[in-house]
Write a protein that binds this ligand. Structure first.
Ligand code: UT7
Length: 301
């Protein structure tokens, strides 16, 4: 995470809002801003730490998949820039754009490379500087987003880590959450209530389908790690599905919505807090622009 903190009280000085409104409607207290740190630098730092945690050297990486909607360049891609930083010279590299669902999409792609024996070791990195496409005069959006990066190393093994993955998209609803390519439309524009309703339904649909398809109940799941957009979205989903709130991990109060990076940032925090035990069953669930959504059922090895 970048070090610069933008608190709710900082935002009170920028737009007509209040700490009380932001906390009640979203659960967010502060978020981090990359300022002049490039997206690839945050990505490379996260990737380096993930490799160290996994005891994998850069020369072992077969593929680097980067998820972002805020790359530093059209080309070279974020994944190629990460490759260069790490000297992971054997890897082939590409970026994907599935907005806040980017990490879930990347995980499924990685799983398919591994299951078809095309790769053994895959670095997935999600890095975003959403502050660069945020209009800090628009109170409807500027209170929500933050910057950050997260990474994981996915490896082929004898154990079954990835059980299932579901990905979906509703392109016909894309207009409710948009950021353009040109200076006049580059800032995020969002119909908040529409996205809110979509988000609750998308999360419920993904979690229910993952449970049904794999013949397991919610009681068999140890942790749910949702995309960190809004505490009310997360609690609406937990009420609808009767999920005990302590099974659902959140850190959005500290970081806001970091788009595709939010799920791997949570995973890293949970790992560092020793919350993830071997054999634990996890559901990761994301949604975002596109509109896109999806999630995975994973066993922590
Ligand atoms: O990764 C996906 C990204 N997006 C999301 O997940 C967003 C999903 N949507 C949401 O989280 C919520 O819809 C928001 C947090 C964006 C908004 O909450 P809401 O409860 O849906 O509020 P609203 O948009 O219906 O607005 C209610 C009122 C409006 O005032 P009026 O028209 O009732 O007078 C807004 O102008 O709140 C006003 N408002 C604010 N007031 C103070 C909107 N933003 C703010 C603000 N501070 N920051």
């Amino acid at each position: 995470m970048p070090e610069h903190i933008l608190s709710n009280s900082d935002l009170e000085a920028m737009v007509e809002t209040s700490d009380e409104w932001i906390t009640e409607r979203t659960g967010i207290k502060e978020r981090r801003l990359a300022k002049d740190i490039p997206v690839f630098e945050m990505a490379a730092i996260a990737a380096q730490k993930a490799l160290e945690d996994a005891s994998v050297s850069p020369s072992e990486i077969d593929v680097i998949i980067a998820a972002t909607i805020t790359p530093d360049y059209y080309t070279p891609s974020l994944s190629c820039l990460v490759q260069k930083q790490l000297c992971a010279n054997r890897a082939f590299c590409f970026d994907i754009n599935a907005a806040c669902s980017g990490f879930c999409y990347a995980l499924d792609i990685a799983d398919n490379y591994i299951k078809t024996n095309k790769a053994k070791t895959i670095l997935i990195v999600a890095s975003e500087a959403i502050s660069r496409i945020t209009d800090y005069t628009d109170r409807n959006t500027c209170v929500l987003f933050g910057d950050g990066a997260g990474a994981i190393v996915a490896c082929a093994g004898r154990d079954r880590g990835m059980y299932d993955c579901i990905l979906k998209a509703i392109g016909s609803m894309g207009d409710v959450l948009k950021a353009g390519m040109f200076s006049e439309n580059k800032y995020i524009k969002m119909a908040g209530r529409e996205v809110y309703k979509f988000a609750v339904n998308a999360n419920v649909d993904t979690i229910t389908s993952l449970l049904e398809r794999n013949n397991i109940g919610i009681e068999d799941i140890d942790h749910i790690i949702p995309h960190q957009a809004n505490k009310r979205i997360i609690s609406a989903v937990s009420i609808k599905l009767g999920i005990n709130a302590d099974k659902i991990y959140t850190n959005l109060e500290k970081y806001g919505n970091t788009s595709s990076a939010s799920i791997p940032i949570c995973l890293d925090e949970m790992n560092k807090k020793n919350m993830l035990k071997s054999g634990d069953m996890l559901i990761l669930v994301g949604f975002g622009g596109g509109l896109t959504y999806g999630g995975s059922l994973i066993q922590w090895i």
